[in-house]
Design a protein around this ligand. Structure first.
Ligand code: GLA
Length: 327
């Protein structure tokens, strides 16, 4: 009898130990809208680094549309995740995402694309890390203006492709930042053409930019800017396909991940002149760390963190990446 009691007690203790070990395990989700894009691959890579350092489990899910996103959040809840970071495929899903997170008792932070409410205003209650979009757009504009000057171009003979994705506020801020600098340097407003992309990838940008180039074939010199490197690469590919030489094309992107770096590594320079490198390390590593601190130590993250960027070109990107710690 005594033996049985002891055995039962030992068994109960073992179960308790197991349960509390399970309860202590920290699991954090990281959902991104475009998992194949190098920027998001890098964010995940750096989030993994944080997970390794702190000893939590990172659950990475790609969600290209609202439906996938909603089931991804349920999926995280079912796996016993305590909090997640998301770059949503659609910022207007904001209130729905918040409700879904609450229903699954998940802490929520956003990265890159900030949620908006029904009236289109940013939802300030959800901690967010994004880039300082206007400033970075201005840096793009400045880089374009300097390259135009170096090539001796007159602003009035140049067309600009504004690769646009206007349903995303950070995209608008980025391109408008670039435009403000172009205009301040004598660029004619009527020579700036919208190329609305259906998706934020290179193919969609190529299609959109091709329409603009064909519609304004009288202009022989072009500049291009957009949301990210993929947008600008699309415009550069479009210029090549209609026979515009690299000497007559100036594209400056935003990002600095593999899409841009591979372009710089090509033996001959293309119309993709530069990129403002932003930090996937801060966006991946730091957000994951902040979420970990929130879940494990009840330390709430700052409500809004805006990160900066640094211009890089073919001949400077290695040094700039080193400076940013993202080699
Ligand atoms: C958006 C873009 C990405 C990247 C991030 C940076 O999400 O779609 O390509 O530029 O912003 O914050």
């Amino acid at each position: 009898m005594r033996f049985l009691k002891t055995a039962l007690l030992a068994g109960a203790l073992a179960v308790t130990a197991l349960v509390s070990a399970y309860a202590q395990e920290t699991k954090i989700g990281f959902i991104v809208k475009q998992p194949e894009e190098p920027w998001f691959q890098d964010e995940w890579k750096f989030a993994d680094q944080a997970a390794k350092e702190k000893g939590f489990t990172l659950v990475k899910i790609g969600a290209e549309d609202g439906e996938k996103l909603m089931s991804a959040i349920d999926n995280l809840g079912a796996q016993g995740v305590q909090g997640f970071i998301v770059c949503t495929p659609d910022v207007k899903l904001g209130p729905g995402i918040i409700a879904k997170a609450e229903a699954n008792s998940l802490k929520l932070m956003t990265v890159d694309d900030r949620l908006v409410s029904a009236d289109g205003k940013p939802i300030e209650s959800v901690p967010h890390m994004g880039i300082s979009a206007t400033k970075i757009g201005e840096a793009v504009g400045q880089a374009i203006v300097e390259e135009m000057k170096a090539r001796g171009w007159k602003p009035e003979e140049v067309g600009a492709i504004r690769v646009s994705y206007d349903q995303l506020p950070t995209a608008v801020d980025r391109v408008e930042g670039a435009i403000s600098v172009l205009k301040a340097n004598g660029f004619k407003a009527e020579n700036i053409f919208d190329a609305p992309q259906a998706k934020t990838d290179t193919e969609a940008a190529l299609n959109a930019a091709t329409v603009v180039l064909n519609a304004h074939a009288g202009l022989k010199k072009w500049v291009a800017f957009g949301l990210n490197d993929e947008a600008v690469l699309g415009a550069v590919r479009a210029s090549e396909s209609v026979g515009i030489a690299p000497a007559n094309m100036i594209g400056v992107g935003i990002g600095g991940a593999d899409s841009a770096i591979n372009e710089f590594k090509k033996p001959a320079a293309t119309g993709f002149v530069g990129t403002v490198i932003i930090s996937p390390k801060r966006h991946g590593y730091e957000t994951a760390l902040n979420m970990y601190d929130w879940v494990a130590n009840n330390k709430e993250p700052e409500k809004l963190i805006l990160t900066s960027g640094a211009l890089a070109k073919r001949d400077t990107y290695e040094a700039v990446r080193k400076d940013l710690g993202i080699e």
